[in-house]
Design a protein around this ligand. Sequence first.
Ligand code: NAP
Ligand code: ZN
Length: 360
Amino acid sequence: MAKSPETEHPNKVFGWGARDKSGVLSPFHFSRRDNGENDVTVKILFCGVCHTDLHTIKNDWGYTYYPVVPGHEIVGIATKVGKNVTKFKEGDRVGVGVIAGSCQSCESCDQDLENYCPQMSFTYNAIASDGTKNYGGYSENIVVDQRFVLRFPENLPSDSGAPLLCAGITVYSPMKYYGMTEAGKHLGVAGLGGLGHVAVKIGKAFGLKVTVISSSSKKEEEAINHLGADSFLVTSDPQKMKAAIGTMDYIIDTISAVHALYPLLGLLKVNGKLIALGLPEKPLELPMFPLVLGRKMVGGSDVGGLKETQEMLDFCAKHNITADIELIKMDEINSAMERLAKSDVRYRFVIDVANSLSPP
Ligand code: NAP
Ligand code: ZN
């Protein structure tokens, strides 16, 4: 008989998980493997709340294996290191992001692109190489192979730095890969949420002109005066949208719901690139005319490899880039998820795990 989540491994762990597609999170007891020779055990201090956590607990994509403990923007302290671990020692402040395992021997892994390894396993809602389930960062601790652990730069705060582990690398990696870093070029950021607001900050650090493309004017003042965006476009304002046609070199599309690509593609110049990062639950319609007539391209990108994630953390530390966060207690997570579903967060919820997760 299959063992229960609580007994399959020796180490009892407490966290919050969802049991079904209502997505309601509640206290959950499970277990984690013993710290192996290559592993680091991390006592979790803070964990960001990504929209992927929300898609997953609601089974938006149809492949959630309940019970699920979300959380892949984890900052904590290494409390145990295996005998082969060279990168970390006990007491180090470390990060764990979206990826917790990969084959470590394929072409993608050899190129430090573990994120595209066919056997890559996510930090949660995934099966590890030992056949047991991965549970994420809404919990006391996590055990991860050292390859998937990040050094957390000294001057990055643990709470507002945590979202960089997913939101940060997810926007940084395509900017580098697709050549979207040339100072003076014009970047549009569609969707001003967790990913979007970090894209604005990273875009500014590369010297780009940044325009936020948003569904309402609610975030306009903050985007300009606080996040550093150069301008703000509301998609429902036909006059301003028309005036902006053909003005952007690149667009990073972080919108989490089904939306029209046509108006966004119209904003691009000839040879412009739209890189889609959002994962709406249904496919989008891809209009061919603006693509073909303007030699434009649409691409995608999935987080980033571990080497590049470290590079991004160091880049953010150097440029003093952190997320704007609303710090919450573990038992506030369900109302936070309701607000996240309504795009009502400035701009990332982060759970104060160490100070608010107490076993019943
Ligand atoms: P988020 O904080 O909820 O931000 C998404 C933003 O999209 C919202 O703030 C809102 O911006 C806009 N939006 C939401 N619903 C909309 C609608 N119906 N119409 C138009 N705009 C809408 O989410 P996030 O954490 O940044 O994640 C964004 C998406 O990226 C999610 O689908 C997530 O799963 C995905 N993701 C992908 C990767 C990857 O590797 N590719 C990694 C992480 C997350 P405004 O208020 O400005 O309109
Ligand atoms: Zn994420």
